[in-house]
Ligand binder design. Sequence first.
Ligand code: NI
Length: 173
Amino acid sequence: MSVREIVLMGDPVLRAEAEFVEDFDERLVALVQDMFETMYHAEGIGLAAPQVGISTGVIVVDLRREDEDDQPLAIVNPSITWHSKKTHKKPEGCLSIPGLEEVVERFTAVRVEGFDPDGNAISVEADDLLARALQHEIDHIHGVLFLDHLSPLKRRMLLKKWKKLEADGFEEP
Ligand code: NI
């Protein structure tokens, strides 16, 4: 296992539609292990494969930092097959966009279907923070960043802040 480098906004891999995983092999298992390790190292609660530069449909989520009863989740080829009508707004950040946080509207609850790293079909019903994290990570599989959910004005303000952070080498708190 090893900590991989997290790619930052501006890298085209974050804007690509990720490939479907077809081979449930040792490479996939190693990728999932590295993604967990990378996420824990960065103190995040979710990570998608494109964020370590691998354009495939793999996400990991672990909310135990927020709720210790939670279970770590790795989902291959995840898709949202149901969502609540209700939405809610909460602040969100992204390991690929360090230093930025903004309120994003998400579905309150979702059902996500996909596969575990061994190739078994799985279905996860989630609400609140887990639902939010899953929607955020699945967005990454489709080249979508949380900024894309904001109004053009908000997005412009955040991009301005991002350019400054980038120029300062992310030294600012
Ligand atoms: Ni993210």
